[in-house]
Write a new protein. Structure first.
Length: 551
């Protein structure tokens, strides 16, 4: 086995690289053995360990530990890890209806490889596949290795919509799309089995290390076993709504600090785009720091108070008004029944927050109230707010009514300097690229969402290849595709990815990028990995040191 390399991913991630840039059973076994050793003796501050093809992403809390401590602990785990002690993996059978409407690419695949459709099907289901990793979407299993006779490349132009439960192949791999999503793999069949179902006690059917066999079934058998679309949880209907939604705005969702602990299954932590201001907005009402709030961008929502209720507004300044009269930011606002809260053109920032007493009252799903749109999970029925929705709060009245003096407001709309740690794939880039990242000036492009921000600015050339085996991602990771323009992963971004990462933005600074406008210059400044944990500790000290005024 190759020596294990311990590489940085921002201020809260360590990548333990166990192999080269190719799919290899031995490298993956080493990754799983390292995860097993880490789980048996969890190092202080470790939150998650995410196995991929050839690396283990160790996610840690920089408020609890440091990079040197984590390197030492994982180095000790490497010495203990023994692939020979791995369990054999659970055997799992997946029924598949091949071809026809269920597998629209089967005929094309057969023609490309010079076989009949029946021969392709026989080869596909005739062997056992190891689940190397999960990623891309919640529960998506990357499995291998395909027989060489049926290996075909991805589609030249990915589909914008792949039906959930589609069975697909690409290169050496086969997989199953757990939810409807875009995708470029070849669709050769479909299974009636839900491999991801958040309504189950265990939402994920497979895990890394499992052994999967596909079992052909007829179209008739598929129809008999087809579960249809998952039962819609639907939005909650509060018994005593606080706000009625007259207009939902562009993207108004319910967010908290996210749902950690599921990255190894392909489910991102998600949560607020600006966690600091979410917490500060909650403080104005005496809420728990992680209470759920409304997150919105421009154009903002139009809301009507269904009863007398206190609210607090923080984050981006979206020119709020109550009944047409300008309203203050960073203070508790008392609304009367029938009052109309509206927003205008943003004066600074992108993401605003509205807190309610006790937090927004929606069910906890997998440990969080945060909305994750791609998986239709959490929040208000897994979707953005729409006209006619009702929003409730968990307490009838605020436990505190506070104002934050303007000198203490968090920086929004100022010069955006982002501290980064270089790596883990810094060596994939030329020396000029590394220098340009910190010397150049960037701006947020029009291609942004809660998953990622593409930046316009100096292109960052690769030394050779612009792709690699998918490995772990965290919010803040700076991926660089072949075009050279960086993409920064945001809270709803994928948990794994196949583009090299030149560096990663420190988590406390990521909120600055989230709030940056397209006309705002962005610069990167490198910091040492061994000192990066200090930034999170500075942010915590700032939060704890805030002094509010009672109103």
């Amino acid at each position: 086995m190759e020596p294990v390399r311990l590489l940085p991913l921002g201020d809260s991630g360590l990548v333990a690289e166990c192999g080269g840039d190719e799919i290899a059973e031995a490298a993956n076994a080493a990754v799983r053995a390292l995860r097993q050793a880490t789980a048996a003796h969890p190092p202080r501050g470790v939150l998650e360990a995410v196995p991929t093809y050839r690396s283990l992403l160790v996610v840690y809390d920089p408020l609890v530990t440091t990079a040197p401590e984590i390197r030492r602990a994982i180095g000790e785990a490497v010495a203990r890890a023994d692939p020979r002690r791995l369990p054999p993996g659970r055997p799992i059978e997946i029924p598949v209806a091949y071809g026809g409407a269920h597998g629209p690419d089967l005929g094309t695949v057969a023609a490309e490889v010079g076989l009949t459709e029946a021969e392709v099907v026989a080869l596909h289901h005739g062997c056992e596949y190891r689940v190397y990793m999960l990623g891309f979407t919640p529960g998506f299993p990357y499995m291998g290795t395909l027989p060489s006779a049926i290996r075909v490349p991805r589609l030249a132009s990915p589909r914008t919509r792949v039906p959930a439960r589609s069975v697909a192949i690409a290169g050496l791999q086969t997989g199953i799309y757990p939810v409807e999503s875009p995708g470029g793999w070849r669709l050769i069949g479909r299974t009636p089995v839900r491999i991801y179902d958040p309504s189950r006690p265990d939402p994920f059917l497979v895990d890394a290390g499992d052994r999967v066999r596909f079992v052909p079934i007829s179209d008739g058998e598929y129809e008999r076993r087809d579960p249809g679309e998952p039962a819609s949880i639907g939005p909650p209907v509060p018994q005593r709504p606080a706000l009625a939604v007259e207009q939902g705005g562009l993207l108004t969702t319910i967010q908290d600090m996210g749902r950690p602990g599921f990255r190894r299954f392909g489910l991102p932590q998600g949560g607020a785009m600006d966690p600091l201001t979410l917490q500060m907005t909650n403080m104005l009402l005496g809420n728990p720091l992680d209470a759920a709030a409304l997150e919105f961008t421009s154009p903002g929502p139009r809301l009507v108070a269904a009863r007398p209720v206190d609210i607090a507004l923080g984050g981006a300044d979206h020119a709020p008004t109550v009944n047409g009269v300008p309203a203050e930011m960073w203070t508790t606002i008392g609304l009367r029944a029938g009052d109309v809260l509206a927003f205008g053109a943003p004066r600074a920032g992108r993401w605003g927050y509205l807190a309610l007493p006790g937090g927004v009252d929606v069910p906890v799903v997998m440990g969080s109230r945060a909305t994750y749109l791609r998986a239709r999970l959490g929040g208000h029925g897994g979707r953005r707010l729409e006209t006619g929705d009702r929003v409730g709060c968990r307490r009838r009245a605020a436990s505190a009514r506070l104002r934050l003096p303007s000198p203490l407001w968090p920086a929004i709309g100022e010069m955006c300097e982002l501290r980064i740690v270089f790596g883990p794939q810094q060596d994939y880039f030329t020396d000029d690229a590394v220098a340009m990242l910190t010397a150049g000036e960037y701006r947020v492009s029009s291609e942004i969402d809660r998953a990622g921000y593409r930046l316009d600015g100096p292109r960052l050339p690769h030394r050779a290849q612009a792709e690699l085996l998918s490995d772990g991602l965290l919010p803040g990771a700076i991926q660089v595709p072949s075009g050279g323009q960086p993409i920064v992963i945001m809270p709803d971004g994928p948990t794994t990815g196949g583009y090299p990462k030149i560096g990663a933005v420190l988590r406390p600074d990521l909120r600055r990028l989230a709030q940056a406008r397209s006309d705002q210059p962005i610069r990167f400044r490198a910091v040492e990995w061994d000192k990066a944990h200090g930034v999170a500790r500075e942010e915590t000290a700032y939060l704890q040191g805030l002094s509010f005024e009672r109103i």
